[in-house]
Design a protein around this ligand. Structure first.
Ligand code: NAD
Ligand code: DAU
Length: 342
């Protein structure tokens, strides 16, 4: 796909989804991609090591909630913005929710103000299926009510509503996309799938929350990025688009598949106390985005096998995170019932 935008600003480009998105954009004939990232625990320049020397790529180390962002954007105005940056982990939101409102709500609004001031042609907000809350039957459409059930999803819902209000009030060309649970290479190893893989590769037990029968719709990261870029190119301002893989699995099924792929015994699974307020099921209907020509390509069983291979082949990448003091301390706080990592 060619791009109608010359200079695209991606926020959070040093994280999991953002780094794949930056790479996908640079594979197109764009003139410039600017990545604004605060480099929190989840931001890792190594995720972009392969493209760091591309003269079209520019990195700005900044918080999206920082008012100095305006000067940065004024100096080199992008014609499109994709807001990927966020605090993203539900477990961290439960333990320490304030920074979620700061980044996911205030940071989003600061970026919207910058976009308004410089007059960007397009703004895409990357959001989540979690804003619909737990779905007992059927699948959420873009018109379903927002019923976020934890401080992360509530903050993301706040960001979505601000985006839609800027489209309505100021005519800013904002679209919101809501992605399902995403997995693949370069995912920070405290999230469910990479934590399970890296624990199994290092002989550690894998924590499974509650009864493990929570259902999630697993979306491969490149399918997610292709969906975001479809919304960038073809989405209607003021509209919301679900990016769903439409392949739900129970958490315990995902874990059983990983045990099989890594030849690990059932005893490697350790049932632990459930997450407070744990949403039971997420499910979205993606017909609206399919109508724009997008569809998910990766079956989850294939994607899981490829992801396991990637983590097997890139142990340096995840070992350097897992062996750091911050990761070890996080793990000890989050999983006091499991053997410590160091
Ligand atoms: P991640 O946690 O891997 O990366 C987040 C990135 O944002 C990091 O590079 C971090 O340094 C940066 N960041 C955080 N706060 C910032 C701030 N205040 N200013 C600038 N940069 C900041 O996240 P991810 O899993 O890649 O998720 C990316 C986006 O996709 C988020 O908006 C998230 O809500 C959404 N999303 C994620 C998933 C998923 O399953 N991972 C699913 C649906 C939607
Ligand atoms: O649904 C989309 C969301 O998916 C995104 O918006 C978030 O940014 C992303 O982080 C993810 O949500 P969670 O933060 O809940 O992801 P996590 O990988 O922690 O959990 C996925 C499921 O696995 C969830 O039902 C909880 C369960 N789980 C998680 C961990 C870390 C376990 O059973 N054991 C674990 O050790």
């Amino acid at each position: 796909m060619s791009s109608s935008y010359r200079h695209i600003l991606v926020t959070g480009g040093a994280g999991f989804i953002g780094s794949h998105l930056v790479r996908m954009l640079l594979a197109r004939p764009v003139a410039r991609v600017t990545n604004v990232d605060k480099l929190t625990y989840a931001g890792n320049p190594a995720n972009l090591a392969d493209i760091a020397g591309d003269p079209r790529y520019h990195f700005v180390h900044l918080d999206i909630a920082d008012l100095r962002l305006r000067a940065v954007l004024r100096e080199n105005p992008p014609d499109a913005i994709i807001n990927v940056a966020a605090e993203t982990h539900v477990d961290r939101a439960i333990a320490d929710p304030l920074v979620f409102a700061r980044t996911d709500v205030l940071g989003t609004q600061n970026l919207l103000e910058c976009a308004r001031e410089i007059g960007v042609r397009r703004f895409v907000q990357v959001s989540t299926d979690e804003v619909y809350g737990s779905i007992s039957e059927g699948a959420a459409t873009e018109d379903s009510p927002l019923q976020p059930g934890n401080p992360y999803s509530a903050s993301k819902a706040g960001g979505d509503l601000l985006c839609l209000s800027y489209a309505n009030t100021y005519g800013l060309a904002v679209s919101v996309c809501r992605g399902a649970n995403t997995y693949g290479p370069h995912q920070y190893p405290e999230k469910f799938i990479p934590l399970a893989i890296t624990n199994l590769l290092t002989g550690q037990p894998v924590p499974l929350y509650g009864d493990g029968r929570q259902r999630r719709d697993w979306l491969y990261v490149l399918d997610h990025c292709a969906g975001i870029l479809t919304v960038l190119e073809k989405g209607v301002p003021g509209e919301v688009y679900n990016i769903a893989a439409e392949q739900e699995r129970e958490n315990r099924e995902i874990l059983a598949r990983l045990l099989a792929l890594l030849d690990a015994p059932d005893e490697a699974v350790r049932r632990v106390t459930d997450r407070p307020g744990h949403d039971r099921r997420y499910a979205m209907d993606a017909d609206k985005l399919r109508a724009l020509g997008w569809s998910p390509k990766k079956p989850v069983e294939v994607g899981l096998a490829e992801t396991v291979d990637w983590y097997r082949q890139h142990s340096k990448w995840w070992q350097s995170i897992r062996q750091g003091d911050a990761f070890i301390a996080y793990y000890a706080r989050q999983y006091p019932m499991l053997p410590p990592l160091a």
